[in-house]
Design a protein around this ligand. Structure first.
Ligand SMILES: Nc1ncnc2c1ncn2[C@@H]1O[C@H](COP(=O)(O)OP(=O)(O)OP(=O)(O)O)[C@@H](O)[C@H]1O
Ligand SMILES: N[C@@H](Cc1ccc(O)cc1)C(=O)O
Length: 506
């Protein structure tokens, strides 16, 4: 949409808006888009479908002074609209029924995560975001660890059998993703405007671990139809392949189906969400609930896969997976990744991965093509929001400090914790204390390889490009004192604007 059209839409939307206090603003066609934008963003602290619909209706009405009720917080009934508006709804087993059930009361909603790696990645974040939206609307999110299903391997979306992981790996992976789910869901709840129902984390090994094969065949397998199982996309595509499919992976849909059935019966979980490739497994669950528990009232919802600009999905097999664990990808690197989103992606990512109100996102989008837009403003907002969700306030602070301190030519002095967190993100060397303290900057630059020789290091200082802890080194004979080793542990050297080296003093 052109800037002009966005601006007109925003003006039209704002034309009849009321402040929370009930006073009315009348915006004219001359009102600047940024004023309209600022007003809308200020007025609507959370996304509100009811008022949005009212605004849309007024877009087509002639009166520019009609009033609108004061902003209301999100309610249980809103969640389906929220997901749709944000591009997070791909399919639903029965949307009308689900809407009705959401409006009638608080539902428990689950999403499963198999421990195929010790960390989740950016693509998996979508499942957490969807759970968090249900939570913000007043429903209870349940994150299910696939301690059992991870031992079998989901064939969905895979062109070949998954490797069988050993028990130790699966247990370590389960612990890794459990920590991430707990942390990210807690960050999301802490950031919500209102109190939200607490998240629950479960592990399907708790019910499958003690179930024998005969029991499974008798209690679960008896209710599944082979024809239906064969018709799932995950099976059809693999049966056509040369390698075929193992019975183990063929059975996967029944395990996931039984999870839903178990959670439905034992914990009154009514909704399962998952990526679009999970449709077959999710409907295996709703089918099983109908047959085994003889009950209706369970719904499946899928969200589209998060894709890169070139159409490839964010996953873990590709080079450079965007991991959510700080051990695999530091908050600084994670922040940098989001910061480098292209203008073509940034608005889509903001809609799908953040909780920024849609009116504000539209305002940001409009501002991007307006005069005076400071490049990367939208990317900064995206990076801040997603980093705070994934790594918490402390992680974001760390990422911002590191970004500031590592900017080419920065003069901010960083603390030891921030610097140490960067080990692995920037070149790092380790030297004994007596190889650093009392030595010249030239010596240390050469000893660490930051400069090829002492002569080169001297020339760098002469040219004004050498920095110790972001402070310019003026003197070729300058020595490193005890005080230069930050908190006795670390220092930062730079040769030129971009060539930085972290020295750990041991
Ligand atoms: N980019 C994505 N967007 C949304 N959901 C995703 C994305 N990637 C994975 N998921 C969800 O996470 C589930 C588990 O991911 P899975 O382990 O199958 O693949 P992956 O992590 O994407 O790794 P790979 O790169 O090996 O395919 C998927 O079935 C899907 O529902
Ligand atoms: N099959 C899902 C994980 C999952 C496991 C168990 C479930 O009950 C639900 C989902 C995936 O591969 O991501």
């Amino acid at each position: 949409m052109s800037c002009q059209r966005v601006a007109l839409r925003l003006r039209a939307r704002a034309a009849s808006a009321a402040t929370p206090a009930g006073r009315h603003f009348v915006f004219t066609p001359q009102t600047s888009p940024l004023r309209a934008v600022a007003f809308l963003a200020h007025r609507r602290p959370a996304w509100q479908p009811a008022s949005r619909a009212a605004l849309q209706m007024r877009l087509h009405a002639s009166s520019a002074t009609a009033t609108e009720p004061a902003a209301a917080p999100l309610s249980k009934a809103d969640v389906v609209d929220v997901l749709k508006e944000r591009g997070l709804l791909d399919a639903c087993t029965n949307e009308d029924e689900l809407r009705k059930a959401c409006a009638e009361g608080s539902l428990s909603v689950y999403c499963g995560f198999d421990p195929t790696a010790d960390s989740l990645h950016l693509g998996n974040l979508l499942g957490i975001v969807v759970l968090a939206w249900f939570q913000r609307c007043g429903h209870t999110p349940v994150a299910l660890l696939g301690g059992a299903t991870g031992r079998v391997g989901d064939p969905s979306g895979k062109s070949a059998e998954r490797p069988v992981l050993d028990d130790d790996t699966i247990n370590a992976n389960t612990a890794g993703i459990k920590a991430i789910l707990e942390r990210v869901l807690a960050n999301g709840a802490a950031d919500a405007d209102t109190d939200v129902p607490p998240a629950v984390v479960m592990n399907n090994l708790d019910w499958f671990g003690s179930m024998g094969f005969l029991e499974f065949l008798r209690e679960v397998g008896k209710y599944a139809r082979v024809g239906t199982m064969m018709a799932k996309d995950s099976v059809k595509t693999r049966l056509d392949s040369e390698q075929g499919m193992s019975f183990t992976e063929f059975s996967y849909q029944l395990l996931q189906g039984y999870d839903f059935c178990h959670l439905f019966k034992e914990h009154d979980v009514r909704v399962q969400v998952g990526g679009s490739d999970q449709w077959g497994n999710i409907t295996a669950g709703t089918d099983l609930i109908r047959r085994l528990a003889d009950k209706e009232g369970a719904w499946g919802v899928t969200f589209p896969l998060l894709l890169k600009a070139d159409g490839r999905k964010f996953g873990k097999s590709e080079d450079g997976a965007v991991w959510l664990s700080p051990e695999r990808l530091s908050p600084y690197k994670f922040y940098q990744y989001m910061l480098q989103s292209t203008d073509a992606d940034v608005v889509r990512f903001m809609r799908m991965l953040t909780f920024v109100p849609l009116a504000e996102i539209e305002a940001i989008e409009a501002s991007m093509s307006a005069d005076g837009y400071v490049p990367n403003t939208a990317q900064k907002r995206l990076a801040e929001e997603v980093t705070r969700f994934v790594h918490g306030k402390e992680g974001l602070t760390q990422a911002l400090k590191a970004t500031e301190g590592l900017k080419p030519g920065a003069d901010t002095v960083l603390d030891a914790a921030t610097l140490e967190a960067l080990a692995g993100d920037i070149p790092t060397a380790e030297l004994a204390r007596d190889e650093v303290v009392g030595k010249t900057v030239v010596d240390v630059m050469a000893a660490t390889g930051l400069q090829k020789s002492k002569g080169e290091a001297k020339r760098m200082i002469k040219g004004g490009g050498a920095r110790l802890n972001n402070v310019k080194v003026e003197d070729e004979e300058a020595t490193i004192g005890e005080d230069d080793v930050i908190e006795g542990r670390v220092l930062l050297l730079a040769a030129g604007k971009k060539n930085k080296l972290l020295v750990r003093v041991v």
